[in-house]
Design a binder for this molecule. Sequence first.
Ligand SMILES: CC(C)(COP(=O)(O)OP(=O)(O)OC[C@H]1O[C@@H](n2cnc3c(N)ncnc32)[C@H](O)[C@@H]1OP(=O)(O)O)[C@@H](O)C(=O)NCCC(=O)NCCS
Length: 465
Amino acid sequence: MASTTRSVLKASRAAQFARAKSFSSSAVKNTSLKERLAQLIPAEIENVKAIRAAHGKKSFGPVLVDQLYGGMRGLPALIWDGSVLDAEEGIRFRGKTIPECQNLLPKAPGGQEPLPESLFWLLVTGEVPTQEQVTELSKDWAARAALPDFVEEILDRCPPTLHPMSQFSLAVTALNHNSAFAKAYQDGISKKEYWGPTFEDCMDLIAKLPNIAGRIYQNVFGQRKLPAIDPAKDYSHNLATLLGFGDNAAFVELLRLYITIHSDHEGGNVSAHTGKLVGSALSDPFLAFSASLNGLAGPLHGLANQEVLIWLRKMQSKIGENASDEAVKEYVWSTLKGGQVVPGYGHAVLRKTDPRYTAQREFALKHLPDDPLFKLVGQIYNVVPDILLEAGKAKNPWPNVDAHSGVLLTHYGLHQMQFYTVLFGVSRAFGVAAQLIWDRALGAPLERPKSYSSSAIEKIFKDKQ
Ligand SMILES: CC(C)(COP(=O)(O)OP(=O)(O)OC[C@H]1O[C@@H](n2cnc3c(N)ncnc32)[C@H](O)[C@@H]1OP(=O)(O)O)[C@@H](O)C(=O)NCCC(=O)NCCS
C-alpha cells in the first residue's frame, strides 16, 4: 500500500513539475496568486482524471474492523496534495521539509524565518514565490483585513469568560454574511467557476483573522486600543502589533515561524478534515473554517498547547523551579496515574519527535537559551518518553508541536494560555483555505462515508465463518 501511495504521489509531482515548466519563468514571476492558480487548475484536473482512469478501480489496501471502531487511524480516505505527513520524518509542505521551507521561502528584510504569505503561496501552487509576489500578497491581505461592524460588535458583546476559541468561531461564522461563494451560488454560478469566489472568500478569511484575534485578545486580556493594519508590514508583523508585541522583533519572527509550521498537517487531522468535510457540502469557506476551529478547540487537538503550559505551571508550583529529574518523573507518573494524558506528547500518526517541536526548540536555543521554562521543557523531553514507554500504552512517546509553543509565547510576555489556540487557528486557516480552494477547483464531491452498526459487523463475520 505504501508503494502504491508513493507511485501515485510521484506521478502527481511529476505532473506538477511538467506544468510548472510549461510557463516561462518570467511570466510566472509576474503573476498574482489567483492568476497563477488559474494557470495551474486545468492541468491538475487532467492529472486527477488520468490517475482515476489508471488506478480508480484498484484496491487501496484492506479496511480493518478495528479502524471502524478506532477513529479511522491510518484509513486511506482523503486526497490533499498540500502537505503529507510521514510517521517517521514528519510534515512536508508540497514536498518540502520545515528546514527546507526555512531555507527556501522568502523572508522579511533582516528576518530569518519564512513569511507565512510565502507558505500559503507554496501550499496553493506547489511553487516558491518571489519576494515581490509575497509583498503583493501581504498588501492584498492588508487591504482585505477590515471586519464588518456587526462582527466587531459580536466580539465586543462576548463575555470575557467565553473561551477565546468560541469567540473566534462565532466571528468566523458571522463572516459568512459577506461570502462571495454563497452569493455566487445563489446567483446560479456554474460548477466550473466555483473556485473563483472560494478563492476570494479564502483570501478574505485569512486577511481578517488578525483583526479577529487582536480584538479577542484586547477585549479579554488587554484593553488596548486596536491599531490599524499597516499595508507596508507583513501579516505576522500586523498580527503582533494588534496583540501589542509589534515592537519586539524576536516575537514577530516567532509568529512568522509559528504560523508557518502550524498551517497544515496533511488532510486527516481533526481541523483540516472538518474544514474539508463541511466544505464538501458547499458550505462557504467561513462556515467550513469555523467548523475547523471548533475541532481545533478540543484538548486532544489544538487546545493541547494551552494544556501544556497549564500542566507545566502546575508542575512548577508543586515541585518548584530547578527540580530534580526524580521530582519531574514523579510528577509525570502522578499525571498518568490520575488517568490524564501528558499534554504535548504522543500523536495519532507521528512515531518520532515532531519536526515542528524541533523547529521551535532551535528557535528557543537561538533566542532564549536560558529561559527557565524552556529548560524545564528540555528536562521533560529527557524523562517523559521513557515513562510513556514504561506505561506501555502510547504508540508514540515523543513530543508533538504543542509541547513547545506555549513556552515561546510566554517568554515574550504573551502569558494568557487560553489565547494560544487562537494563534494556532490563525495559522491553520492557511492549510484549510488552500485545501478548500483546490477542492472546489477539482470538483471534490460531497463526503459521505458509510457507517455500520455493531450488529451488522457481527453478522458479516458470522456469515463468513
Ligand atoms: C494525540 C493523541 C490524542 C493521539 O491519540 P491516539 O492516536 O489514540 O494515540 P495512541 O494510539 O498512542 O493511544 C493509545 C493509548 O495511549 C494513551 N496515550 C497516548 N498519548 C498519551 C499521552 N501523551 N499521555 C498519556 N497517555 C497517552 C491514549 O490515551 C490511549 O489510551 P487508552 O488506550 O486508555 O485510550 C494522544 O497521543 C494524546 O492524547 N496526547 C496528548 C494530547 C496532545 O498532546 N494532543 C496534541 C496532538 S498534536
